[in-house]
Design a protein around this ligand. Structure first.
Ligand code: CUA
Length: 263
């Protein structure tokens, strides 16, 4: 069989093109290392996020000197936490999941953009060099509130970044002569120890206590005030730790009424 010279040439060219396409497609899907979300990724029970140790409490965690992990839940029609706060000069890995329907996690003005599928955990890592405030939007139609679904990502200066949480438990009413106990809980989310001071002001009394909270741990301290020093009546109190404070009112009564104990 005699094949014309030009026909041969075109056959070879077409073959080369086909091989070229196959190589391009293979490189694009495998060589670049771009992973699609699929069922080989982490899976998670969407209805049980509240029992999942990563997502029950959406948060930012420090995992290395400048490395952080953000556990984010996208749900109708909010992102949690909001805002997501990370320090400048950090590398942040985002883990995002949804308890209900498909959303997206799209940080405006960056190439951080992923679908969020119930049952899957979308993972992305990004570096943030400068303080900046980004908006987060949802790009997947998820229901009537879709167009209002937005969040914030704040990259803050290092000295403003804070992973301390303060909570105080104090009685509302105490009998004169008894002690009033203020249970102060300080949570230190950083890896380094936190050396700080608890200041308690109640009425005219001031109590101060130095505490050291280990890295990534929680410290409980109880400060007690003698109500004889306060006297009967309402006393406003404030507990201050660094930039955090909590306040309330303590009432010192002559005698607690029956069954009034736990009010
Ligand atoms: Cu969530 Cu659209």
């Amino acid at each position: 069989m005699n094949i014309h010279k030009y026909e041969k040439l075109w056959l070879v060219a077409a073959l080369l093109l086909i091989v070229g396409f196959i190589i391009t497609i293979t490189y694009g899907s495998v060589g670049l290392g771009i992973a699609m979300i699929d069922d080989s990724e982490d899976t998670i029970e969407p209805g049980e996020l509240s029992e999942d140790e990563r997502f029950a409490d959406p948060r930012v965690e420090q995992v290395g000197e400048n490395e952080y992990e953000a556990y984010v839940v996208a749900q109708t029609f909010i992102f949690q936490p909001d805002p997501i706060e990370v320090p400048e000069n950090s590398e942040v890995t985002f883990y995002v999941t949804s308890p209900d329907v498909i959303h997206s996690f799209s940080v405006v003005g960056t190439n951080l953009n992923t679908m969020v599928i119930p049952g899957e955990v979308s993972t992305m890592t990004a570096e943030f060099d400068e303080p900046e405030e980004y908006g987060i939007i949802c790009n997947e139609y998820c229901g009537t509130g879709h167009h209002n679904m937005e969040g914030q990502l704040h990259v803050v200066p290092e000295d403003e970044f804070d992973m301390t949480e303060l909570s105080v438990e104090a009685p509302d009413e105490v009998e004169l002569g008894d002690e009033a106990a203020f249970e102060v809980t300080i949570e230190n989310g950083q890896l380094d120890d936190l050396e700080t001071t608890i200041d308690l002001e109640v009425g005219n009394e001031t109590l101060t206590e130095d505490v050291t909270v280990g890295g990534d741990s929680t410290e409980e301290t109880t400060l007690t005030v003698d109500t004889d020093d306060l006297g009967e009546g309402d006393h406003d109190w404030t507990v201050t730790v660094d930039d955090h404070d909590e306040s309330g009112t303590l009432t010192v009564v002559d005698e607690l009424e029956e069954g009034d104990d736990d009010e």
